[in-house]
Structure formats: C-alpha cells, structure tokens
Design a protein around this ligand. Structure first.
Ligand SMILES: Nc1ncnc2c1ncn2[C@@H]1O[C@H](COP(=O)(O)OP(=O)(O)OP(=O)(O)O)[C@@H](O)[C@H]1O
Length: 213
C-alpha cells in the first residue's frame, strides 16, 4: 500500500490539503477527480515523495517516508514513479529520447538497453524518434518517452497526473493501455488523476472525488 495519513499542505496561509488521508492499493487503478484547484496535483506530488507535507505521514509498503525529493532513500523513491501533464517541463531538453528513457536506470546503476528499447517500442516510439531531442518531437511523442521512463525501474506505484490531458484521443488511448498492461503484468498500483470523469469511469476501478476547490 501507498498510504497518506492526515496530510496537510499549505501554500502560504492557504491549506491545499487539510488532514487528508488516502490509500493507493497495489494491483488496481484508483481514479482521483474533482474540480480545478481542489488539491489533486498536490496529493500526487506528496504521494510521489516530491513535496513534503506540513504534517501527516506517508508510508510506502509499511515504511514511513522521512526524507523527500532527493533526500528520500533511493529504494523508496524508485518504488513510486510520476508522469505529469506537461512533458516539456519534465525532461532535460539536452537529452535524446533514448537517453531520457534510460536516465533512471543509468542513475540507479542498472542500465538495461534492451528494456529501454522494449519500453520505447511498447509506448509507440519508432527508432528514428529515439535519437531526437525534445524540441524535435511532438508533445505526444515526448509524453510517450516520459511514460517509458516512468516504467523503466518497474515502480510498485505509478502516479499519472493528467497524463493525457494535452494529447489527442488515439495517443491518450494508447498510453492508458500501456499503463494498464504494465499494471496487469507487474501488480503495480496506479493513481489516475484527471478532471475528465468520462476517462476515469473507463480507466479506474474506483474513483475518489475531491469536491472542495
Ligand atoms: N506552488 C504553489 N504556490 C501557491 N499555491 C499553490 C501552488 N500549487 C498549488 N497551489 C494552490 O493550491 C491549490 C491546489 O492546487 P492543485 O494544483 O493541487 O489543484 P488541482 O486539483 O490539481 O488543480 P488542477 O486540476 O487545476 O490541476 C490551488 O488553490 C492552487 O492555486
């Protein structure tokens, strides 16, 4: 389980999350919906260990998180992967798509070119795209590389924060199918964050809605 208990996050004086508790189970896709500004992305960042809450605890498979971002132990950090809405803000523009996909494995000392190539193919990236840099590909192609990168270390939990919001319908369907195939073969837990209720009703096993903006 990836569990957040009694989480409070404040930006200045305003509380974006107020003693919120949330559980992400392995093996299932949980949807998180609700209107703009209700705190979905804030929770996604806390669960992916990118944002330290003012109070509350996060546990990953029973281990309490004590360090955040780079200070989280690598073993916990690599258990949770995040895919954001805007791929261009999520990549180093100097790297090729192949290097972007291989980055986490290389950083972990587990470089695996065969797995990187298989993930690229699964996400629909052809070989000619892999030698290009982000400014030479479309948003959809770059997001495919971000999904391949997120899966490269076989995370136990995958947080998809508006992963397909900016993409056309066929790219959306393909990337959701890639994530679902990964979940089925690995038993990972998926959090699908979206303001699109139709997408969540098709994709998620259950959906939690935040109502308060
Ligand atoms: N870095 C920040 N600084 C100040 N306020 C912030 C910051 N990030 C988010 N907020 C505020 O916190 C609240 C929750 O934001 P959050 O991005 O989590 O909502 P959301 O549900 O993901 O919205 P959306 O669907 O529009 O992405 C909002 O009121 C937002 O304005």
């Amino acid at each position: 389980m990836l569990e957040a208990r009694e989480i409070t996050v404040r930006y200045g004086r305003q509380a974006a999350l107020d003693r919120l508790s949330f559980t992400l189970e392995p093996g299932r896709t949980t949807g998180l919906g609700g209107p703009s500004g209700c705190g979905k992305s804030t929770l996604a960042r806390v669960l992916s260990l990118m944002l330290r809450p003012a109070s509350g605890t996060v546990t990953v498979d029973g281990r309490t998180v004590r360090g955040w971002r780079q200070r989280a132990p690598r073993e916990l950090r690599t258990r949770v992967a995040l895919v954001y809405q805007q791929p261009r803000l999520a990549v180093d523009p100097r790297l090729t798509l192949a290097e972007i996909i291989a980055e986490p494995s290389a950083a972990a000392g587990r470089a695996d070119p065969d797995r990187a190539a298989a993930l690229a193919a699964e996400t629909g990236l052809t070989r000619d795209l892999l030698t290009r840099r982000p400014h030479e590909v479309s948003d959809g192609q770059l997001q495919r590389a971000c999904v391949a990168r997120a899966l490269s270390l076989e995370p136990r939990y995958l947080i998809c924060d508006e992963m397909t919001t900016m993409l056309d319908a066929s790219t959306q369907a393909h990337l959701v199918a890639v994530v679902e195939a990964y979940r089925e073969r690995s038993g990972a837990g998926v959090l699908a964050v979206s303001h699109d209720d139709v997408l969540l009703s098709r994709w998620a096993h259950r959906t939690v809605r935040f109502d308060r903006p």
